[in-house]
Design a protein. Structure first.
Ligand SMILES: C[S@@+](CC[C@H](N)C(=O)[O-])C[C@H]1O[C@@H](n2cnc3c(N)ncnc32)[C@H](O)[C@@H]1O
Length: 401
């Protein structure tokens, strides 16, 4: 067993959870609720302090994190020689054995270095040379599925080295088998549900549900089901300091906190084929009793009695359905909301702000999110039921678990 004191000089250490633009605040709230200390938000990341058990819990339970990193070294680099020498100084034998595969990923924001692949290559040579000089052998590189994935961030003359404890990105929940043309990233979908301020007991409706991502993430949130419960594994489980008993305790504790809370969760989808794909994913997630999908156009979808929210991710007219009358589709959304969904709150995510004008309702707030590379707005439309006033958006947005 390697000397843990070097990886964790204290029982607690600093970590960084990466996320998407616009989800930093909900991620920080998730972390605080899970018990993280010294939580600080940054651009597309949240840093925090916790122990090894907390690192396991963060990977299993965070809905809006893409990965959890453990920074192990920061240094100044002026040139390639510096980078090679500093990486070689890191006691890699603490983190991995000769038999363990590894890979470097580099992200650069620096005029000093041209290509991220070249920097990753240089770092790989430094690590391999350190092993070769000490043992005569070198560990092998596996860019697809390494035991140790190491991330380098170079910003100006500052380089930060971090271990990626997640392995595959945490948006890969493990419940998605079938996808339509434009599925939402699961982290984005969970973030949208949390940003909407849904109270987890009123009705939740996605009338253009596609492969069902928002419906499934909403059901996971309602039941306090860990989003990582379906994954085959996490990166840290292959590390040389993996504590299987501790992991079992963390995992069992999270599963015990699953609640029987079952709000009405309804999906609508115009395409029969796509609706079937949503049903397949829902079945894989074992949520058939929690979620109902109707193969109907939004205009024909009956509004369940009571109050609740709709989250709609309509076609944008950019990636798919180029031949549909996109303005007409958004006009139909506005007309249907006004006619059938009074008393509900509606949120729409789109990159097509021109088409969104045809909803002809005033959105407040408008939150910038990115769906892949597409610059989108997540917009709330309040649909008054008679004179009933609804919660103010500032109160609604951002309240999480
Ligand atoms: C951008 S996709 C939604 C993707 C979904 N959020 C996911 O994660 O898979 C939009 C969906 O709206 C559906 N759609 C288009 N017009 C519709 C309508 N009038 N009523 C219901 N669904 C519609 C499309 O078939 C498509 O599956």
């Amino acid at each position: 067993m390697a000397d843990r004191s070097i990886r964790n000089p204290e029982p607690e250490f600093r970590m960084a959870a990466q996320t998407m633009h616009g989800l930093e605040k909900v991620l920080a709230e998730e972390l605080l609720r899970l018990g993280a200390k010294d939580v600080e938000t940054h651009n597309r990341a949240v840093t925090f302090t916790g122990d090894r058990g907390f690192m396991y819990k963060a990977n299993l339970c965070l809905r809006t994190a893409l990965r959890v990193l453990i920074p192990i070294m920061d240094f100044t680099v002026r040139n390639e020689q510096d980078l090679y020498a500093e990486i070689k100084k890191i006691p890699w034998e603490v983190y991995m054995g000769l038999e363990d595969s590894f890979a470097f990923n580099a992200k650069l924001n620096s005029a000093r270095f041209g290509h991220s692949q070249y920097v990753a290559q240089l770092a790989k040579d430094a690590l391999a040379d350190r092993f070769r000089e000490r043992t005569g052998k070198r560990p092998s590189v596996d860019t697809e599925n390494p035991v140790l994935r190491i991330r380098l961030f170079v910003h100006g003359d500052q380089c930060s080295v971090a271990l990626d404890s997640s392995g595959d990105s945490l948006h890969k929940r493990g419940y998605r088998d079938q996808t339509n043309l434009a599925p939402l990233n699961e982290v984005l979908a969970a973030g949208m549900v949390l940003l909407s301020g849904w109270d987890r007991t009123s009705n939740f409706v996605d009338p253009m549900c596609g492969s069902g991502t928002l419906l499934i993430e909403a059901a996971l949130i309602a039941g306090n089901i860990p989003p990582g419960a379906y994954r085959k594994g996490f990166g840290f489980q292959r590390w040389n300091d993996f504590d299987a008993d501790l992991w079992q305790r963390i995992h069992d504790g999270a599963m015990e906190r699953i609640s029987g809370n079952r709000p009405l969760i309804l999906g609508g989808e115009l395409s029969k084929n796509v609706a079937r794909k949503a049903e397949t994913n829902i079945a894989i997630a074992d949520l058939k009793d929690e979620i109902q999908v109707m193969n109907l156009g939004f205009e024909d979808l009956p509004a369940p009695e009571g109050r609740g929210i709709l989250i709609i991710n309509p076609p944008y007219g950019e990636r798919m359905d180029e031949d549909v009358d996109i303005n007409g589709l958004y006009k139909m959304i506005g007309d249907t909301l006004k006619k059938n969904w009074a008393g509900y709150d509606a949120w729409v995510l789109t990159s097509n702000m021109e088409a969104a004008k045809h909803i002809k309702l005033t959105p407040r707030p408008k939150i910038q999110l990115f769906n892949g590379a597409l610059d989108c707005r997540f917009m709330r439309y309040e649909l008054y039921a008679g004179s009933r006033r609804r919660e103010r958006p500032e109160q609604a947005a951002g309240s999480t678990e």
